[in-house]
Design a protein around this ligand. Structure first.
Ligand code: SF4
Length: 323
């Protein structure tokens, strides 16, 4: 089901309509071993399963609109997956992502991290056992709570629907503008570790396997979008972003307190959300218990040592007022 995509929304906002693709030409991305990667739209035409990972944030939402409305990926080939981080999430994120998918008649799946016994794993319980928070060099929150569960859900879903094409395009709304690390990401990346058999591309296409062949790519369809283009795309698709952006004035809809959060986002989460206050209290208790802060060091300028930032110093007063 396509909605009318309102191109005039870009003109009204004075925002340039984003190019369809991150690169002018989709084909020919340099690959690690110098083989060219395929054009993802060719893989779509060959029946690839297109997975839209959607946390409930603006980028996943704009990506879904872009895939459907502008790239014209058939909705019958798309599945939307939300990795549920439980307590760490803003209120209503899963419902919001579900509504975005259902507006297009796209199946919506929720996955959760589980331990070996199949029980749901809680992120802060794990931090407590480990005695340290995640960090940019130990991002178990992303690998174990998002990437792993999403990949397992994709495999189970392919089996369930009897997906016959070997191709999986795992789409994420990462944008180059967000950080220097994200700017370096290729718009399309072959993922050997998620493929079967685990051979390099294109050798994998011919390699012997008795299991179901899976040729898995990470695709970043809106890598070239600016923040203004993200919000304009959502509006042009006739949708609204999650209330955290509009009511709470958050800049990012990450975890309520994320290792990459700016103070504005943490304050927004604590001011406008009872879940945010509860989560912040738990994080502060763990910071105190383990003498380890969730936030990265704050640079104080050249020649000065960086300083530790504690969550309590940022939101302690707000939490006291709300108590
Ligand atoms: S939003 Fe931040 S804290 Fe949450 S999983 Fe991602 S990196 Fe980790």
């Amino acid at each position: 089901m396509l909605m009318a995509f309102d191109h005039a929304e870009f003109e009204r906002r004075g925002v340039e309509l984003p190019r369809l693709f991150p690169a002018e030409e989709q084909a020919g991305f340099a690959f690690a071993d110098d083989d060219a990667l395929p054009d993802p739209m060719d893989l779509v035409r060959q029946g690839a399963l297109v997975v839209a990972s959607h946390s409930g944030g603006k980028d996943g939402q704009a990506m879904l609109v872009h895939l459907v409305e502008r790239l014209k990926v058939p909705t019958s080939q798309i599945v939307c997956i939300h990795a549920d981080l439980g307590e760490a999430e803003w209120e209503g994120t899963a419902d919001h992502a579900r509504a975005n998918a259902e507006a297009y008649g796209i199946p919506f799946l929720v996955c959760k991290a589980q331990n070996k016994d199949g029980e749901a794993k809680d992120l802060l319980d794990y931090v407590d056992q480990r005695g340290q928070f995640m960090s940019s060099s130990a991002r178990f929150c992303t690998s174990d709570w998002k990437r792993g569960p999403i990949r397992r859900t994709i495999n189970a879903y392919r089996e369930e629907i009897g997906h016959t094409s070997p191709y999986v395009l795992n789409c994420m709304g990462l944008r180059g503008e967000e950080s220097s690390a994200r700017a370096k990401l290729e718009p399309l990346q072959f993922v050997k570790s998620a493929s079967c058999p685990p051979k390099p591309y294109p050798e994998i296409l011919e390699a012997e396997t008795r299991a179901t062949r899976r040729v898995f790519f990470d695709w970043h369809p809106i890598h070239h979008f600016s923040e203004e283009q993200v919000f304009a795309t959502i509006a042009a698709g006739g949708q609204d972003p999650h209330w955290a952006y509009t009511t709470a004035n958050a800049r990012r809809l990450s975890c309520l307190v994320c290792i990459f959060s700016q103070e504005q986002d943490i304050l927004a989460a604590v001011k406008h959300s009872s879940k945010g206050r509860e989560y912040a209290r738990r994080v502060i208790a763990l910071e105190e218990k383990h003498d380890h802060t969730i936030l990265p060091l704050k640079s104080m300028g050249r020649g000065k040592p960086p300083v530790k930032r504690w969550l309590k110093d940022i939101v302690g007063d707000l939490l006291d007022e709300a108590a």
